[in-house]
Design a protein around this ligand. Structure first.
Ligand code: AMP
Length: 390
């Protein structure tokens, strides 16, 4: 893997694509985690005398009204505090003013360019990887570092476009993600996959890619009910992904020993946190009940299945973790994996949010920061942002 350690950045204009897509409220940053996460790569470049040019997207820009609310200048302010130095900010994504600012850069200076998606207003140029735009941004620098993992599954001008014109490498953040996720390419065995979350449709690619590599796939969450339905069981009002019943049947037929389904579930009558729930065996679900979490026997079964795993990858919570009553088994299984030092990769999205809420995010082997990017990696797809640098 080519990382920034392989590039000479001394006295060079180094373009770094960061992920500064931070939550904002009334123009104020409410969570600066992503800015903090970008610091090691930026600091390395500054320590090595680079002239740093930063690019990032923020939100989506579809119409004029989106410009002001996705203005990147609050990031410049916060970055200045974190780096304890002045940050130059270009309000334009292209033009003379920006080019002059770049020309004036001295080693250890930092210039942040306005939201790359401002370019989407005129013909979706950033998001469609417009050739001219990628070449233009590349012309501002000498080398390129991609450190925005969250967009690595997309071919945009600010990642793939620039990379096709300059010597390029990954930053520390992407290196960390890819080092961890690459363990899924040729996993150590036993290799156990845990899948939960809402829909089977979101996980079909992951199942298809990992079912041959995994020793077991444990299925919980809303998606388990489509599998149970495929086995001919009554699932009441539980989540059903009707279109994918046939897919589930096929997986169960082709891999009968690999797929592990819940044996008991927490059921209730309404989708709310307020009502009491009952634990029932999966054969006992009534027509007016819905399952919102796995049950304790399933929890025990999942612990048994992961006990000797050399590596576990987990995507999607086992229940409606947003409700206090139905996060129980997601939290307990996380605790089990952490307390037993089982090497666990959390595959981004809601399972990472659940782990963060329960205090396990920093205790697992790796909690991926990517949502769609991680899922596509787990699907075995070639990701444009990786290919562009390879
Ligand atoms: P995903 O984005 O596919 O990982 O799905 C996460 C969502 O799945 C969360 O919002 C959970 O509330 C939801 N979920 C998990 N288990 C269930 C369930 N048994 N019934 C309905 N939704 C569920």
């Amino acid at each position: 893997m080519k990382t920034l350690l392989d590039l000479d950045v001394n006295n060079k204009k180094v373009i770094i694509r960061c992920d500064f897509n931070v939550p904002l409220k009334d123009g104020k940053i409410t969570d600066d985690t992503r800015i903090v996460a970008a610091l090691p790569t930026i600091k390395y470049c500054l320590d090595n005398n680079a002239k740093v040019i930063l690019l990032s997207h923020l939100g989506r820009v579809k119409e004029e009204a989106d410009l002001a609310k996705n203005d990147l200048s609050p990031v410049a302010e916060r970055l200045s505090e974190l780096l304890e130095q002045d940050i130059l900010f270009s309000t334009e994504t292209r033009g003379q003013e920006l080019e002059d600012a770049v020309q004036m850069l001295q080693p250890k200076d930092v210039l942040l360019i306005q939201n790359t998606r401002y370019e989407d207003l005129d013909g979706n140029k950033e998001s469609s990887n417009d050739e001219e735009l990628g070449a233009y941004w590349a012309s501002l620098g000498d080398v390129f570092i991609n450190d925005a993992f969250g967009t690595i599954h997309r071919a945009h001008a600010s990642n793939c476009g620039i990379a096709s014109h300059l010597p390029s490498a990954f930053g520390f953040l992407i290196e960390k993600e890819l080092t961890a996720l690459s363990e899924l390419d040729n996993p150590e065995h036993p290799f156990v996959v845990i899948l939960g979350g809402a829909k089977v449709s979101d996980k079909i690619g992951v199942i298809e890619n990992l079912v041959t590599k995994a020793d077991k796939i444990l299925i919980g969450g809303g998606m388990a009910f489509t599998f149970l339905k495929a086995k001919g069981l009554e699932i009441g009002k539980s989540l059903l992904d009707e279109e994918n019943i046939e897919f589930c049947k096929k997986v169960l037929t082709d891999y009968p020993d690999k797929i592990v389904l819940p044996i008991d579930v927490a059921v209730t009558n309404e989708y709310t946190d307020d009502e009491e729930y009952r634990t029932k065996s999966i054969e006992e679900i009534a027509t007016d009940e819905m399952g919102l979490d796995i049950g304790p026997k399933t929890e025990e079964l999942f612990e048994k299945e992961t006990a000797s795993a050399k590596i576990v990858v987990w995507n999607g919570p086992l229940g409606v973790y947003e409700f206090s009553k139905y996060k129980k088994h997601t939290d307990k299984l996380l605790a089990y994996l952490v307390n037993n030092n089982i090497k666990t990769i959390l595959g981004g999205g809601d399972i990472v949010a659940a782990a963060a809420n329960a205090g396990y995010k920093d205790k697992v082997y790796h909690a991926s920061t990517g949502g769609g990017a991680t899922l596509e990696y787990m699907e075995g797809k070639k990701l444009p942002g990786i290919e562009a640098i390879k």
